[in-house]
Write a protein that binds this ligand. Structure first.
Ligand SMILES: Nc1ncnc2c1ncn2[C@@H]1O[C@H](COP(=O)(O)OP(=O)(O)O)[C@@H](O)[C@H]1O
Ligand SMILES: [Mg+2]
Length: 256
């Protein structure tokens, strides 16, 4: 289980302090999908980056705990967190191009992730990388291609292959289809859900698109200005808070 307890993450600006995440708590079990919802700027990505300990200046996690199977990630050394990132906790981002290195082949990048966490020979890592490509429905013969040789949807599949290559317990997907053409969003979403069924990871699915959230998630957390507004599976059918109701009405208009 992954438990975020009273997490606060701040950004220090020249003349002000932004409480991007403010006393925020939630949990997620393996195998389930938690939707993290909220309008732009509500703190969703900051929650994600805090969990992976990827917050850097001017940001800082100032309080709380992030417990993975009872162990507080915030107490780990930098070296220990590197062992967890990619192996037990993994993330895919909105823009697959900026997270891939343009000067290395996709095989280099997937195999590197694999060999970082698993004691495999170079040959074995490449074999596993090919296996992962197959899982995300990319022809393994393209393993020596560079990121620019793929379409946006395929690059996101490559990112998914990399994120899942070490069988993480939890995957954080931050707006994973927002940058993609509507026509290929469905395919990528289906792939993520199929792989979740096969591999059993828990997923934090971040989106501002409620139509997608309804399809993909079991349970939801609604965020506003860094705070938890409402939590549960009733968010769409029976929103309890006026803010949630307003947000749902607004999204229904947008994505009807
Ligand atoms: N690197 C940063 N430096 C300064 N402020 C930031 C930074 N990242 C996020 N913020 C601020 O934190 C708040 C939450 O942002 P974010 O977590 O990106 O929201 P969301 O993902 O929900 O759109 C916003 O007010 C944003 O401006
Ligand atoms: Mg964001």
């Amino acid at each position: 289980m992954l438990q975020v307890k009273t997490l606060s993450t701040l950004f220090y600006k020249d003349d002000s302090i932004i409480k991007a995440v403010d006393d925020f708590s939630f949990y997620i079990e393996k195998g389930e999908t938690l939707g993290l919802l909220g309008e732009s700027g509500s703190g969703k990505s900051t929650v994600a980056l805090s969990i992976l300990r990827l917050i850097s200046k001017p940001g800082k996690i100032v309080s709380g705990a992030i417990e993975l199977d009872g162990q507080d990630i915030l107490k780990l050394s930098d070296k220990e967190i590197i062992n967890i990132r990619g192996a037990k906790l993994s993330m895919i981002f909105q823009d697959p191009f900026s997270s891939l290195n343009p000067v290395f082949t996709i095989g280099d990048q997937i195999a590197e992730t694999i060999s970082l966490h698993q004691k495999l020979s170079k040959k074995e890592s490449w074999r596993k990388a090919k296996e992962m490509l197959q899982k995300v429905q990319i022809d393994p013969d393209r393993i020596r291609n560079y990121p620019h040789q793929f379409s946006g949807g395929m690059r996101q599949r490559v990112m998914i292959a990399m994120a899942l290559s070490c069988q993480p317990e939890f995957l954080i997907a931050d707006e994973p289809t927002t940058a993609l053409d509507v026509t290929i969003q469905e395919g990528v979403l289906k792939l993520i859900k199929d792989l979740q069924r096969e591999l059993g990871f828990g997923m934090i699915f971040i989106t501002h698109n409620f139509r997608i959230a309804k399809k993909v998630c079991d349970r939801f957390c609604v965020m506003q200005k860094g705070k938890l507004v409402e939590e549960g599976s009733q968010v769409f059918n029976k929103p309890q808070k006026p803010y949630t109701k307003k947000l749902v009405d607004c999204m229904n208009l947008l994505y009807a």
